[in-house]
Design a protein around this ligand. Structure first.
Ligand SMILES: Cc1cc2nc3c(=O)[nH]c(=O)nc-3n(C[C@H](O)[C@H](O)[C@H](O)COP(=O)(O)O)c2cc1C
Length: 180
């Protein structure tokens, strides 16, 4: 059934913690296979393997980290033209709120769109005045309940879209199901 890759870069462990929660969320959808890999471990084969990918990076000067960019620059050109239609989303840990985590998600989206990934956001709130419209964002490590829930929600939603659009399992569609 659906395969989800959670790919992340993390120097001091914060984005890695987010990635762990994202992977947990993806695992909530039955029959979803989940791989959790850092950019140091992942290869082009992992990109081929997955139907959907959550990509996480620390916020570095308002955008994705150099290591994540290098991964896509150097490793993934092997898959150029072969990733169209895979589903993707983003997450980021920054040093502080307003430090550019959402911009980092957008920079990841731009990169993924370049490879033909179908990128999505999430309108839900996971706590009071706390949302993940452009991906899950956290200042430093995810600690509060709503921050952890946002990471899990992102992974779960990714696995749901994979179940619906890749495997045709319409019962996993979030929100109202269109009657035919
Ligand atoms: C080179 C560099 C640039 C950074 N730029 C920003 C930034 O623009 N905005 C911000 O809020 N935090 C910035 N930070 C802080 C990191 O985003 C933050 O510490 C993050 O939690 C690190 O994630 P990690 O533990 O997964 O490595 C920067 C850190 C480094 C090392």
């Amino acid at each position: 059934m659906g395969s989800v890759l959670v790919l992340y870069d993390s120097k001091t462990g914060n984005t890695a913690k987010m990635a762990g929660y994202v992977a947990q969320g993806a695992g909530e959808i039955p029959e979803t296979q989940v791989r959790l890999l850092s950019v140091d471990e992942a290869s082009a084969d992992d990109i081929f393997w997955c139907d959907g990918m959550a990509v996480g990076s620390p916020t570095y000067v308002g955008v994705l980290s150099w290591k994540m960019k290098r991964f896509w620059d150097e490793v993934v050109p092997k898959v150029w033209g072969k990733t169209d239609g895979k589903i993707a989303c983003a997450f980021s840990s920054s040093g502080g709120w307003g430090g550019g985590a959402e911009l980092t998600c957008l920079s990841l989206h731009i990169m993924l769109m370049n490879f033909g990934f179908l990128v999505f956001g999430i309108p839900d709130y996971t706590g009071e005045a706390f949302t993940l419209h452009y991906g899950a964002v956290v200042a430093r490590e995810p600690r509060r309940e709503e921050e952890i829930a946002a990471c899990r929600r992102l992974g779960k939603r990714l696995a749901q879209w994979v179940a619906v659009y890749v495997d045709g399992r319409r019962e996993h569609r979030p929100g109202p199901i269109k009657q035919r």
